[in-house]
Design a protein around this ligand. Structure first.
Ligand code: TYD
Ligand code: MG
Length: 453
């Protein structure tokens, strides 16, 4: 039987059964080409045998314990993985070039190796000697990690076959090259083929694989999104240049909560774990200034206090500027609209800037009220009382919705010496352990409470 051909778009990675001049998915011209078949994997294996005979769910013994996870001992990493490394799992770690992915994974490799996993670190970007030098700088020269400098996929699979490691780190997937695929390393077909081969090999042999992926300017892992679908866990390593904080964020995790973060600090000796991120994010805060508000947030399972900074100034432009760093600009527009429509506080003719200090990206709706407070504080040029945290979601009607995990947020605020909190109505009020809790039902009530308007 003739093998059916597949074609894929080199721009977006969409695949098709026939060639065309224009990609139906992304609209680009002349980007479709035939994909070479993969050298291994289920498709190229002969049929027959009893491989793949199905079992029913009830056949799975309930006695059977889940496979034991391995802890690296780096708590920030273990938590993001959902409680350690799951055997036979595939993980993608994405991030900007130079953010510290190789540093993180070399340190993690050393820790996992010390925890008893046979670990292989494959570098396609640096020679083994360079990796060894880096390891020396990190104080890991004695770690029982095997190194290989290799980009040819066939050679890597052979090495894996011979060495039989339990954990392999591929740094990076963009440098890998399958000799049966006729396109340059880093192209969509190459990245996809390499990721597919490595993940299927890993699943079949029961080894865990970590793929390092560079992220493009648009913030996506270069190559097709399909790599994200091929793996169990997708982690992003983020941070601002000029800041030493680095955040490892789980955006997808089959073995744990997504949105969990681990916080690190880049030092001269590699990445150091930050076990109390709130203290770090608030460390640059000076005296209370207008526009500055501390938001008591939850990142994954952990409370994190972070400073929001707003600046509101008369605009010289006919179209005032709205600039946001670390938060969603659509959400900012919504809050400005609600402040105007429900509280009669206009921002027309004013430039608005909003920044989340420390380079953290917040996606929680519970930050709404803290954002509103920062905007009002900046607009009125009135600082909020010192040592106050704010959280709560704002609805389009101007009503406030309670945020999940209120008690955890308050606990973290107390721990860091805050003495007041403002939260949506519904629940206890009053002072507990030195922290006075005020509740507001709607945005208008909140504005009156805080700014006496
Ligand atoms: P690297 O891990 O090579 O980044 P990536 O693999 O994501 O491209 O890290 C590169 C940066 O980290 C580089 O600019 C130097 C800095 N760095 C330190 O500050 N301290 C260290 O101990 C190491 C190893 C790197
Ligand atoms: Mg690197």
């Amino acid at each position: 039987m003739a093998k059916s051909k597949t074609f894929s778009c080199s721009a977006c990675g969409a695949s098709f059964s026939k060639w065309s001049g224009r990609c139906e998915a992304c609209g680009d011209w002349n980007t479709i080409s035939e994909e070479a078949p993969l050298s291994s994997g289920p498709a190229s294996r002969s049929l027959g045998a009893k491989r793949g005979s199905p079992i029913t769910l009830t056949d799975l013994s309930t006695e059977e314990a889940p496979p034991p996870r391995t802890l690296s001992g780096m708590e920030e990493l273990d938590r993001v993985l959902g409680g350690g490394l799951v055997p036979s799992s595939a993980i993608l770690v994405g991030g900007d070039p130079g953010i510290g992915k190789s540093t993180l994974l070399l340190q993690a490799a050393a820790r996992f190796a010390a925890a008893g996993l046979k670990t292989l670190y494959v570098s396609g970007e640096e020679a083994s000697a360079q990796v060894r030098m880096r390891a020396q700088r990190l104080g890991l020269a004695a770690a029982p990690v095997k190194l290989a400098a290799e980009t040819n996929l066939r050679d890597i699979l052979t090495t894996l076959d011979v060495e039989r490691p339990q954990l392999v780190i591929i740094d990076s997937i963009q440098t890998m090259w399958a000799d049966n695929v006729e396109s340059a390393p880093g192209s969509v077909s190459q990245v996809r083929a390499a990721a597919h081969e490595l993940t299927t090999f890993a699943k079949r042999r029961g080894l865990s694989v970590v793929l390092v992926g560079h992220v493009t300017k648009e913030g996506q892992i270069a190559g097709p999104r399909v790599v994200e679908h091929m793996v169990d866990t997708v982690l992003y390593f983020e941070g601002e240049r000029g800041h030493q904080f680095r955040i490892l964020r789980a955006v997808k995790n089959r073995f744990g909560p997504a949105d969990e973060i681990g916080v690190f600090e880049m030092t001269g000796m590699g990445l150091a774990e930050v076990s109390n991120p709130s203290a770090l994010f608030l460390s640059e805060r000076g005296r209370p200034t207008p526009g500055s508000v501390v938001f008591a947030g939850i990142e994954g399972t952990r409370p994190v206090l972070v400073e929001l900074q707003a600046l509101v100034a008369p605009s010289p432009h006919s179209q005032p500027r709205r600039a946001v760093v670390g938060w969603d600009s659509g959400r900012l527009a919504m809050i400005l609209a609600v402040l105007e429509a429900r509280c009669g506080i206009p921002f027309a003719g004013l430039d608005v800037y909003l920044n989340v200090a420390g380079g953290l990206k917040i996606s929680e709706p519970a930050a709404d009220l803290a954002v509103a407070a920062a905007l009002l504080s900046a607009r009125e040029d009135a600082a909020l009382p010192a040592d106050t945290v704010v959280f709560g979601e704002i609805s389009l009607s101007g009503a406030l919705r309670p945020a999940p995990q209120t008690e955890n947020r308050l606990k973290e605020a107390r721990k860091l010496g805050f003495t007041a909190a403002i939260a949506p109505a519904g629940g206890k009020t009053g002072t507990k352990d030195g922290l006075a809790l005020t509740r507001a039902t709607d945005l208008t009530g909140f504005v009156g409470e805080v700014f006496g308007a």
